[in-house]
Design a protein around this ligand. Structure first.
Ligand code: TMP
Ligand code: ASP
Length: 241
């Protein structure tokens, strides 16, 4: 990869431009960060596992008519994607109350869906700004800051809930509960809003359906062991469907 073509380096990926095209290369890194990069590490092979898991998920979503930036997987850790203007909103969908939700609201953690106080999936918006620590925001903040229109707020929520239904069913077949996840959206060259970034165990919580074993980045956040062995198992389960 030519370094002069580097467009952007994030915590989990490097994006490279491809001259005279509307596409870019997304190269997944082995770096692990948590708590707004206050905790850092790296595990060899993590990037490649996330790239492969993300590719599988984008393919499933495309097959169900969800528009994404995914074009094709070029090698183990490189994805060819449509170039988009990222909307600076992290959209989180929650099926079970855990993580920052229970800390913010002072509610108990649930292990299974029937115990969760969430009567229906919860959609939240966070302002994507590392310097501010990605604060939670309301629809009104989105409008006030001109991030999106009220029509687009409805579109983001609708797509997020559709993705939730599709992925809950998909992971369920792999023996995993989709607890919660984060999505990012972008505008393509026609100004259409499409799904972007990645969907992987770095951006989802996945628990084994039977044992409730964590198989996502909480392993790193909570010092529970190696993420790559868990991510490898997630990929194997998806490949075996
Ligand atoms: P939270 O409970 O910490 O707010 O996380 C909710 C979901 O969003 C969880 O699946 C992990 C994911 N997430 C990210 O992908 N990036 C982030 O920066 C954070 C804080 C959470
Ligand atoms: N992705 C965020 C970070 O590195 C936070 C997290 O996933 O916990 O800093």
């Amino acid at each position: 990869m030519q370094s002069q073509n580097l467009l952007y380096e994030g915590k989990g990926k490097r994006l490279y431009k491809i001259d005279n095209t509307d596409t870019l290369l997304s190269v997944f890194k082995d770096d692990l960060t948590a708590f707004n990069a206050q905790k850092k590490s790296s595990e060899k092979g993590k990037g490649s596992l996330n790239c492969q898991i993300s590719s599988q998920i984008f393919k499933i979503l495309e097959s169900k008519n969800i528009k994404t930036h995914f074009i094709q997987t070029l090698n183990d850790n490189t994805m060819l994607c449509k170039k988009v203007q990222i909307i600076p909103i992290e959209v989180v969908v929650r099926n079970i109350a855990t993580g920052s939700l229970i800390k913010r609201l002072g509610i108990a953690e649930s292990l299974i869906i029937k115990d969760t106080p969430l009567r229906q999936p919860l959609v939240e918006f966070y302002y994507k700004d590392d310097a501010l620590g990605d604060p939670i925001i309301t629809d009104s903040h989105c409008l006030m800051m001109n991030l999106i229109t009220s029509e687009e707020i409805k579109i983001l929520k609708t797509i997020a809930l559709q993705v939730n239904e599709i992925l809950q069913e998909y992971f369920d077949r792999a023996g995993l509960n989709l607890i919660d996840f984060k999505l990012e959206f972008g505008r393509d060259k026609d100004n259409t809003i499409i799904l972007a970034d990645e969907i992987s165990p770095d951006s989802c919580r996945l628990w084994d359906k039977v044992t409730h074993k964590k198989m996502d980045k909480d392993i790193f956040r909570q010092n529970l062991g190696s993420v790559t062995s868990a991510y490898k198992e997630v990929l194997e389960r998806l490949n075996n469907l």
